[in-house]
Structures are given as structure tokens and as C-alpha cells.
Write a protein that binds this ligand. Structure first.
Ligand code: FES
Length: 336
């Protein structure tokens, strides 16, 4: 597996359902040799430590090395705290149960997270995960850069798990043929792939395709798709994750290529392992700053709506060239 996760945050509420999701999180951590951060955001402080300790024991029992397990116990809003934990610890994946009717309705938390996650998000359905691994992975693509990154993650996962892939495109069939061919040529390698071209409502058609091929995982970028026209809305992935009866991996890649950043736009890039906030001013000059929030070190993200770099942890906001617009941060993002 090429694109593996270095750190996985697993959110548990201590329920039996969460325990089976934890099993899956542990397997993913083991197969990518990742650190597993077990996070319990409590509603009742008196049980909290015991719940986290039980989840840690379960992870050890599933074969995760004790030095690869960490735990976080906090009160507060589960979605917000999970975003903070993932961001502060620079996690690549959050794993959470998507089932309804949980102790603090994790389904709601999953939904909130799908808007706000700073990294990939795996929403685990209520289906049985007897053998834990995925056998058929549905990758939804519209040919956008976000979809390409999702395709790459999906293929890496399929490759690592020995799964096959169904690639679905919703929109004009001739566009679909070109895009899927291209995506497969770039990312599929040896992974057997079936292509499905659909027309109609993207979210509905993706769910229909998943059912038709008996997929056990949908992989989708966090930006949506509306057929032939790429439309940067997040409503499609959110609908898919809300209604899917199967697991959904929402890929959120905050790292961009500099070539994807146009005049007046910003993004997060990586230089020798360091994350940088990049802004190209209208004259085409590139400004590079550290992407670490000067408050407590979370990674900021570009907010295209406001043209600011926003911190997901406590709401600090920076101008495109790094000056503080909103606290709690007091210092500008230093130039890099
Ligand atoms: S770390 Fe607190 S606002 Fe960024």
C-alpha cells in the first residue's frame, strides 16, 4: 500500500457497535502500521476513563502494538473535539460509526464531521464486518483533482487488501468513458476494475451502482460531482455518506499541487514534509507561509469563500498573506 495512514483517530462512545468499528480501525492501523488514537468524547465523565481503557485493551487484543496506541479522553461536542484531535495530532484518517441511535447519536457526529473533517473520514455502517476487510470498492469519479486523489486512495486500499474496484461516473457517457479510462490508466495498476457509467442524480446513482455491484466500501472525494460538469459542491459526498447502507470513505486531501493554485487562490502544499500555506496573489506571485496555526499548532486550511486561511481547531483566521484576521491566534503565520 502506497498511501497509508500514519495516524488514525478512532472515535468511540463505548457502545457495542463502536467496539466492532474499533476492530476495523485496529485492522487498518495494523495494515498501515499506523498509530491508533482512541478518542472518547464523553457525556458522562465518571465512565470516560474506563471506556477509553477498554477500547485500548481491545485494540491490543486485535494486534495493534501497545506503543502504537494513544488515547484521548475529553468532554465536549464529539464532532468538534474529533476535528481538533485529528488536526492537533496530524492524523490522516478518522474512523467513526455512522449508525443511528447510538449513545450520542454517532450518526449525527459522522454527518457533522463530513462537513468539517481535516483529513479522510471513514464512516462505518451498521452492517456486519465479519472478516473486516473490503472485497469490492466503489470509486466515484468526475475527473476532478479531488476525485483523482480519492481514486488513488481507493486503489491503494484495493491493492493492499486484494479487493477489486468498480469505478462509477455519473453524467454524459462519452465524457465518462474518457475520464474513467484516464483514471484507470493512472491509478489502477494491477487492480481489476469494472466501469459503470450512469446518468441522473449523482448521489442516487452512486448508491445504486454500489448496490448493483455489492460493494462494501464507497470511496469519494469530499467535493462533489454533477456529471459532466465539475461542480465543487460538497452535497454529493454528504448525501452519499448520509444514505449509504455501506461504509463510506470520504477523502479529504488538503495537500495540493502548486500548479493547482491560480491567481487570487490559496492552498496547502507540502515541501520536504512540511505543510505550507500558499497564496498566489493576483499578480501571480506565490506567498509561502507555515501552515501551522500560531495558536496551538493545528494545520490551517484555505477557505475559498472568504479567501482566508482558517484553523479548524479554535477558529483562528488569517489573511491570504498570513496576518491574523480573527483570534485566538495572536501572531501571523510566519513566512516560509
Ligand atoms: S490551534 Fe487554536 S485556533 Fe488554531
Amino acid at each position: 500500500v502506497d498511501v497509508t495512514y500514519k495516524r488514525i483517530v478512532f472515535g468511540t462512545d463505548g457502545s457495542a457497535r463502536a467496539a466492532s468499528v474499533g476492530e476495523l480501525a485496529a485492522q487498518l492501523a495494523r495494515s498501515s502500521k499506523a498509530e491508533l488514537v482512541i478518542a472518547h468524547i464523553y457525556s458522562k465523565p465518571e465512565d470516560a476513563e474506563a471506556i477509553a481503557a477498554a477500547a485500548v485493551e481491545a485494540a491490543k487484543a486485535s494486534g495493534v502494538k501497545p506503543n502504537k496506541i494513544a488515547s484521548e479522553v475529553r468532554g465536549g461536542s464529539p464532532a468538534e473535539e474529533l476535528v481538533r484531535i485529528a488536526s492537533q495530532r496530524d492524523a490522516g484518517l478518522i474512523v467513526i460509526s455512522g449508525g443511528r441511535g447510538q449513545q450520542y447519536t454517532l450518526g449525527q457526529v459522522a454527518l457533522r464531521l463530513s462537513h468539517a473533517t481535516p483529513c479522510d473520514l471513514l464512516i462505518v455502517s451498521e452492517r456486519q464486518h465479519d472478516d473486516g476487510v473490503y472485497k469490492r470498492i466503489l470509486i466515484a469519479t468526475d475527473g476532478s483533482a479531488t476525485a483523482d486523489r480519492a481514486a488513488r486512495k481507493g486503489y491503494d486500499l484495493a491493492d493492499g487488501l486484494g479487493a477489486s474496484v468498480t469505478m462509477v461516473f455519473v453524467g454524459h457517457p462519452s465524457t465518462g468513458e474518457l475520464i474513467t479510462k484516464d483514471t484507470i490508466a493512472t491509478f489502477a495498476g494491477e487492480v481489476p476494475t469494472e466501469v459503470v457509467l450512469k446518468k441522473g442524480d449523482p448521489a442516487q446513482q452512486i448508491l445504486a451502482a454500489a448496490e448493483e455491484c455489492s460493494a462494501d466500501l464507497i470511496v469519494i472525494g469530499n467535493k462533489g460531482m454533477t456529471g459532466a460538469k465539475r461542480f465543487l459542491t460538497s452535497s454529493v459526498p454528504q448525501k452519499v455518506s448520509e444514505y449509504a447502507p455501506l461504509d463510506v470513505l470520504v477523502c479529504r486531501t488538503i495537500i495540493q499541487a502548486v500548479s493547482e493554485i491560480g491567481p487570487g487562490e490559496g492552498g496547502i502544499i507540502e515541501r520536504q514534509g512540511e505543510k505550507l500555506a500558499a497564496f498566489m496573489d493576483p499578480s501571480g506571485e506565490l506567498h509561502l507561509m507555515s501552515a501551522k496555526c500560531t495558536h496551538l499548532g493545528c494545520t490551517v486550511a484555505w477557505n475559498p469563500g472568504e479567501s482566508t486561511f482558517d484553523c479548524p481547531c479554535h477558529g483562528s483566521r488569517y489573511a491570504p498573506t498570513g496576518e491574523v484576521v480573527n483570534g485566538p491566534a495572536a501572531r501571523a503565520l510566519p513566512p516560509a
